[in-house]
Design a protein around this ligand. Structure first.
Ligand SMILES: [Fe+2]
Length: 274
């Protein structure tokens, strides 16, 4: 973790800081003119994919040392994600391996790391580090800065800080686990506030379903729930959900679930009539 943090911070200073400053001055200008910015975030970010196949060799500006450290880090995080999924299974009375299998699709899970920096912002009231959203995918493991805060989650209608804690991994659940667990686990709304001091590092690894994985509530959970709950979550192909999510990330998840239910109806209707 220390090595990943050191290399990530060095990489930002060397390759990304200057580019961010150019974006920042434009963003601030726009914010000052309109007194708000609702279509951008105060973050510098790049994405590494590990599974189904790595894109690490295609990412520019990564030296061998950084690449090697991220590869080792990702391998450990992947193991941790799978262990945590099995703990969720145990908690829910699902057979061991159920969630991992539910994520599999034809090429296994999708697994990637979003590397972000949230540099200091002179006008944090004008722009968020990252606007409020729930994550679309499965289980998200976050290594965050050990000094600079900013992450918050929404609990009982109030924003609660997720404070920095050295050598810890924050676990967050995405929309897919809410669907598969039929709402026993909920994806959580979170956001990042921009800070006037300090550059917050955030390394979030997403263990998500494969693009063609079919997502639906676990039947054993449905039987129990159905008695007292008429509403059930939809069944869909993960990549269809992601197509919708891209344009609606910063909105509530419920309309996304509804849209997936509608899609399911249209599809079953066209199967019946063809
Ligand atoms: Fe997120």
């Amino acid at each position: 973790m220390d090595e990943v943090e050191r290399l990530t911070k060095g990489h930002y200073r060397k390759f990304r800081e200057q580019r961010f400053k150019e974006f920042a001055s434009k963003a601030l200008e726009e914010g000052k003119q309109t007194e708000t910015t609702n279509n951008m975030d105060w973050e510098s970010t790049f994405f590494l994919r590990h599974l189904p196949e790595s894109n690490m060799s295609e990412i520019p500006d990564l030296d061998d040392e950084y690449r090697k450290a991220m590869k080792e880090f990702a391998a450990e995080i992947e193991k941790l994600a799978e262990r945590l999924l099995d703990l969720l299974c145990e908690n829910l009375g699902l057979e061991k391996g159920y969630l991992k299998k539910a994520f599999c699709g034809s090429k296994g899970p999708t697994f990637g790391t979003k590397v972000s920096n949230y540099p200091p912002c002179p006008r944090p009231e004008l722009i968020k580090g990252l606007r409020a959203h729930t994550d679309a995918g499965g289980i998200i493991l976050l290594l965050q800065d050990d000094r600079v805060s900013g992450l918050q989650l929404l609990k009982d209608g109030r924003w609660v800080d997720v404070p920095p804690m050295r050598h810890s991994i924050v676990v967050n659940l995405g929309d897919q686990l809410e669907v598969i667990t039929n709402g026993r686990y909920k994806s959580v709304m979170h956001r990042v506030l921009a800070q006037t001091d300090g550059n917050r590092m955030s390394i979030a690894s997403f263990y998500n379903p494969g693009s063609d994985a079919v997502i639906f509530p676990a039947p054993s959970l449905l039987e129990i729930e159905a008695e007292r709950k008429s509403e059930v979550y939809p069944k869909f192909v993960f990549e269809d959900y992601m197509k919708l999510y891209v344009g609606h990330k910063f909105q509530a998840k419920e309309p996304r679930f509804e849209a997936m239910k509608d899609l399911e109806k249209v599809r079953s209707h066209s199967v019946l009539t063809s």
